[in-house]
Design a protein around this ligand. Structure first.
Ligand code: A3P
Length: 273
């Protein structure tokens, strides 16, 4: 009993908040929450539950690394601390700031068909507005400018230009430090994607088929940790409103050259729109 008491005291004292060794940098609405929660099932992973917004928000960055460390979860030695803030991916200052803190950082980027990402982004804002009883125009009205076509400066479009943002990260980190996760495949076959992630992060292969089960009602995979099954909350995997076919086609055409550039940057292709 004495020995056990000493052991637990030792374990408690070795629990510390550590700076992350890996960050999920984006993309917003790509499946970042699913990726983090699934990865957090691994016993060697300690995940920060809420988004930290350290490298992309001046008011937080000014608080310094001590503050950033305080936002991290307690971890044991040998555990990998991971945080996710999708806002980092499109923040021009984030890549150099992350490198200044940790040049060995392992970055995870989960991508999804840019048109689906955009519609998902719009759906989220629409829901938030509706919850506050505020109106929000249809996507067609937000993005189409009559004869002048698409408003390509719109944030929702800009965030889907993956090549543009990735170029900033590749100027700061070698390609081997950035692992791209296929968000479409994470929806259909989470285990396959998670195994690649385990490998990239140097984790022992631990996640298995028992950690995931398909929930018919939700229409998505949910997580099984021990005896407790758990799905992501209802803001993840919700139906999208219908969007005019013409707009979807215009978006698809607009993104295609950007997508090609992204494929050549990452050395693989995705089956998008
Ligand atoms: P939708 O709600 O538009 O379907 P993020 O966490 O980056 O905001 O991404 C949200 C998206 O994660 C969801 O977008 C959903 O498609 C996707 N996702 C991937 N795997 C999921 C899962 N197992 N459960 C719920 N959503 C999942």
């Amino acid at each position: 009993a004495q020995w056990l008491g000493n052991m637990s005291r030792f374990q408690a004292s070795s629990l510390q908040r550590r700076l992350p060794q890996s960050i999920i940098i984006g993309v917003r609405k790509g499946g970042t929450r699913a990726l983090l929660e699934m990865l957090a099932l691994h016993p060697q992973v300690a995940a920060a539950r809420s988004e930290v917004h350290f490298f992309n928000r001046e008011e937080n960055y000014r608080r310094g690394l001590g503050w950033y460390r305080q936002q991290m979860p307690l971890s044991r030695p040998g555990q990998l601390t991971v945080e996710k803030t999708p806002g980092y991916f499109s923040s021009p200052r984030a890549p150099n700031r992350v490198r200044a803190m940790a040049p060995a950082m392992r970055l995870l980027l989960i991508v999804r068909d840019p048109v689906e990402r955009l519609v998902s982004d719009y759906t989220q804002i629409l829901h938030n507005r509706q919850a506050r009883h505020k109106p929000y125009p249809p996507l067609e009205r937000l993005l189409l400018r009559g004869d002048r076509g698409l408003d390509t400066h719109h944030k929702a479009i800009q965030r889907s230009l993956y090549a543009l943002h990735l170029a900033h990260w590749l100027a700061a980190f070698p390609p081997a430090h950035i692992h791209v996760v296929d968000g479409g495949s994470l929806i259909r076959e989470p285990l396959a994607e998670l195994r690649h992630v385990e490998q990239f992060l140097g984790l022992a292969p631990w996640l298995g088929p028992n950690n995931f089960y398909f929930n018919q009602t939700k229409g998505f995979y949910c997580l099984q940790a021990g005896a407790r099954p758990r799905c992501l909350d209802e803001s993840k995997g919700r139906p999208h409103p219908p969007i005019a076919e013409l707009l979807l086609e215009q978006l698809c055409t607009y993104f295609s050259a950007h997508n090609e550039r992204f494929f050549s940057l990452v050395g693989r292709t995705f089956n998008w729109c």
